[in-house]
Design a protein around this ligand. Structure first.
Ligand code: DHB
Length: 309
């Protein structure tokens, strides 16, 4: 039994894609919906109008993960709202991700979604690190409080936020205190570890073209940061705020670890990029095998039960 629930939505499986990976077009989204092992799917973060994203090579797989600076290529909010309004799969709830470049864009998109027939969950992405000149809202605590204050004056559909990784326990305290003041359905932690830099030893060049090579890190190298953020937030957030754990999942044991640290659902980015939607069936069966070894039949038997020494 790998079920979970958030804001009255019931998930028959607890895996989904990390926003941005394999979810820009309806074809990619439909492949996620049909994949064995997914319990939900999320759309590429939308802006009010379509964007081509950054130019040149903008994603690279690395020995220990990935680096990207996509720059928010997406089809625009109405494309994803249109997909959502034709979406009828009750078994796999749909999350709509939005990432405005300004507070005004975010509020305008939330107003459009509120006025639409959309009946799924919305993820407000406060953590895109890749748009030149645009700092991440999630690292500005007052801006985070302000956007949520304004959003909840009119937005009544289930809303979660995608957070950047935090690296100081004082920051965990500060962001949790802000988030706990709002009726959020969930938080999704972590987005990529922003603005890493990797070098190709053959050519002595950076690995991606935009922003002089700086980009968001994902995959195995961010697993410990993801676990720390999921656990640190789970310890601090109101129990009514669920947690989606994202970061560093390569195996069923990695999924298990995020659940042990407190995750309700688990999202997969770099491994999905590398293996395609078949990754979910593999991770699901590896998770079940790990649960069998521990004599667990339900995720509830170990969720948020991480032990200390
Ligand atoms: C992009 C990257 C992110 O990590 C994110 O949260 C949103 C967008 C991007 O570069 O497209």
């Amino acid at each position: 039994n790998l079920t979970a629930s958030i804001a009255g939505f019931h998930f028959q499986d607890l895996l989904l894609n990390a926003a941005g990976v394999h979810c820009e077009t309806t074809e990619e989204l439909e492949a996620l919906r049909k994949a064995t092992g997914t319990g939900a799917l999320i759309t590429k973060s939308a802006t009010p109008k379509p964007r081509p994203g950054n130019s040149g090579l903008r994603y690279q797989d690395l020995p220990l993960g990935s680096i990207n600076s996509m720059g928010l290529p997406n089809q625009g909010l109405s494309y994803y709202l249109d997909y959502a309004n034709h979406y009828h799969d009750q078994q796999k709830p749909l999350f709509l991700s939005i990432a405005g470049l300004t507070q005004a864009d975010n509020l305008a998109m939330l107003a459009d979604i509120q006025a639409s027939e959309f009946t799924g969950l919305v993820e407000l992405n406060l953590s895109c690190p890749n748009v030149p000149g645009k700092p991440q809202t999630g690292y500005d605590f007052e801006a985070t409080r302000q956007i949520l204050t304004k959003a909840f004056t009119f937005f009544t559909k289930p809303l979660g936020v995608k957070l950047p990784p935090y690296f100081d326990l004082a920051h965990f305290d500060q962001i949790a205190a802000i988030l706990n003041a709002f009726p959020l359905a969930y938080v999704n932690s972590i987005n990529s570890v922003g603005n890493g830099l990797m070098i190709d030893s053959k050519t002595d060049t950076v690995m991606i073209a935009p922003k002089g090579g700086f980009g968001g890190l994902g995959g195995a190298m961010v697993k410990a940061t993801a676990l720390a953020n999921v656990h640190g937030l789970r310890q601090r957030l109101n129990p009514t705020i669920k947690v989606i754990g994202t970061g560093g999942v390569q195996s069923g044991r990695d999924v298990y670890d995020l659940i042990l640290a407190g995750a309700d659902l688990v999202a997969v980015g770099t491994s999905l990029h590398q293996e395609g939607p078949a990754v979910f069936q593999r991770l699901r069966s590896e998770l079940i095998a790990e649960m069998d070894r521990k004599n667990y039949t339900e995720v509830d038997q170990f969720r948020n039960r991480l032990q200390t020494l």
